[in-house]
Design a protein around this ligand. Sequence first.
Ligand code: ATP
Ligand code: ZN
Length: 464
Amino acid sequence: MALRIYNTLKRTKEVFTPLEEGKVKMYVCGPTVYNYIHIGNARPAIVFDTVRRYFEHKGYEVDYVLNFTDVDDKLIKAANELGEEVPTIADRFISAYKEDVKAFGVKEAVHHPRVTENMTEIIAFIEGLIEKGHAYESGGDVYFKTRSFDEYGKLSHQSIEELRTGARIQVGEKKKDPLDFTLWKQAKPGEISWDSPWGKGRPGWHIECSTMAKKYLGETIDIHAGGQDLTFPHHENEIAQSEAHNCQTFANYWMHNGYINVENEKMSKSLGNFVLAHDLIQKHDPNIIRFFMLSVHYRHPINFSDALLEGAKSSFDRIRNAYENLQHRKRASVDLQDHNEWLGKVNDHKQRFEEEMDDDFNTANAISVLFDLTKDANLYLQSQQTSTEVVEAFEEALVNLTGILGIELKQEELVDEEIEALIQKRIEARKNRNFELADQIRDDLKARNIILEDTPQGTRWKRG
Ligand SMILES: Nc1ncnc2c1ncn2[C@@H]1O[C@H](COP(=O)(O)OP(=O)(O)OP(=O)(O)O)[C@@H](O)[C@H]1O
Ligand SMILES: [Zn+2]
């Protein structure tokens, strides 16, 4: 089956046809690096990494670019508040971003361009727009002449008249038409700035992505992605800039992830209703957080709650337990030809997983297939005798399919101190007559190959 992608531009699913055979040129709008990321910001990092991994699984080479917005108003404000320089803050939060998303199993982008490292190209791009009559300078600022681009509004499906109704000229802006947007912003005294033909200043937000996508991927790219809130105005403006400048289609497919909400409101720094990725990782296995995010289709909203995350944990444990049981059973399995029908079942599950992923990366349904596979694996493990080939096929399918989603099934081995701490926790639980927790700890340890033995002298343990 062909891979189909929901394209925001067309508001429909379309068969994916790459510009170049076997290659995908993909640009994802990255974070503004003035703070730690919350789990809403982690969602595009995780879902588009999954898109990338799936393309790679299908044999494509993915040229994956994710930018860092390392200068803008928010960074300047943070620098003033903290009494630090903008680049110091940007460096700190780029490192923090990389560390957080790495914990979630996100692969490093092929290119991670930063605005401040592409200033020459950004200025040249703006000059090109002025030359072509799509932009103008006004009192040290430069604006894009929105009405000069006939197709403005095509991504967010709005007409110029509709847009005109909501547009205002803010105090301090020197634009001629409320619809125009900033390409270059004059620096205030003392602000970080770069020299340009229009005096000292810095780029507006949108121009960075048009410039960096062109520089790293070319004038036309396959996929451009980001959170749903970027559709308008950010991506609409990127299209206007790039297509007015290059006279080419900018991106063939536009993908947008839905929000992570809290009580049905978008999680955001400004509302203060956020959970930092960094903090959540301390409390929960980041693999499970990734699994949780992918258990909802990437275009649907997720109403975040601890209870949902706990639910995801027990679902994930079912898959992980099956995997661990298969591993144990391998040793006791033998060569059995008459069990081969199970190999067919494993292959059916693999095929169904692929079909779900081919349908606009439906990770939610693909995870349901993983549960079906788990159910069959557990059923098979109830057989008196098991075939090595079948057990290995189940195991391999579980590892590969979760691997495509960027999820790690293998747990790191517990060190002695961690085991001792869990035994202590179990003793405490028993003292408090919390036998459920005590048994849970024993079972969890057993699943990780640690066997407990209760003796009159206390609890002993050994690796199984
Ligand atoms: N609640 C959310 N759910 C899903 N994606 C989000 C959410 N908030 C931001 N994003 C996405 O995170 C990425 C990084 O965005 P950016 O650093 O600009 O944060 P932001 O949108 O300014 O966040 P905030 O609103 O909290 O300040 C963008 O692709 C954006 O669309
Ligand atoms: Zn962008």
